[in-house]
Design a binder for this molecule. Structure first.
Ligand code: GAR
Length: 215
């Protein structure tokens, strides 16, 4: 049955807890992790992959003269595994237009906020500073706009008055670990597409904010 599985390449920069959720889910799901690529040689996620005999590669941005060279090397590394889908899981580099257009419609990102709120970094502290009552996670298609591609799904957590950036990050990560494998399995089943810059699920355009897992 292996040939029916959707082949994914996961890009990481660090701990890789989302990667672990994908590895665990892949055992009983319709996708298979063909490789894990990191832009940092010491990313703990590489060890998670190796533990499960998943091929790994490191493409370090500091080895390349500029962003375009790095993007190209990364693109070649990914393409060498011929994936159906590229999954960014805590990958902390901004990708250029050529890269994004090469993988258009077959690259997803997970972002720790309820987009369009708080694109970029330090999302948990910014949610606290803005006195948000709710915070959460979004999975979206990657487009040229940073954290701005069509949102596929979101899940949310309540912000309590004694939350810190650390406690919020933990609560949100728990949701991330459930949401990402679910969305990847939708893609793998051919249910999820990017059409005319619009995310569609089962042929219907998703509303802004995507599927709300716990509305
Ligand atoms: C996750 O919270 C992910 O959403 C976030 O980094 C963390 C990685 O954790 N990604 C971004 O901020 C992307 N801009 P992990 O390495 O344990 O999966």
């Amino acid at each position: 049955m292996e040939s029916t599985h959707c082949k994914i390449v996961v890009l990481i920069s660090g701990n890789g807890s989302n990667l672990q959720a994908l590895i665990d889910a892949s055992v009983h799901s319709n996708f298979k992790i063909a490789a894990v690529i990191s832009n940092k040689a010491d990313a703990f996620g590489l060890q998670r992959a190796q533990r499960d005999d998943i091929p790994t590669a490191v493409v370090e941005h500091k080895d390349y003269e500029d962003r375009n060279e790095f993007d190209r090397a990364l693109m070649e590394s990914i393409d060498s595994y011929s994936p159906d889908l590229v999954v960014l899981a805590g990958f902390m580099r901004i990708l250029g237009a050529e890269f994004v257009s090469h993988f258009r419609g077959r690259i997803l990102n997970i972002h720790p906020s309820l987009l369009p709120k708080f694109p970029g970094i330090n999302t948990h502290q910014r949610a606290l500073d803005a006195k948000e009552k709710e915070h959460g996670v979004s999975v979206h298609f990657v487009t040229e706009e940073l954290d701005g591609g069509p949102v596929i799904a979101q899940d949310r957590v309540k912000v309590s008055k004694d939350d810190t950036a650390g406690s919020l990050a933990e609560k949100v990560l728990e949701k991330e670990h459930l949401l990402y494998p679910k969305v990847v399995s939708w893609y793998a089943a051919g249910r999820l597409k990017l059409e005319n810059n619009q995310a569609t699920l089962d042929g219907s355009a998703l509303p802004e904010g995507g599927v709300q897992v716990h509305p």
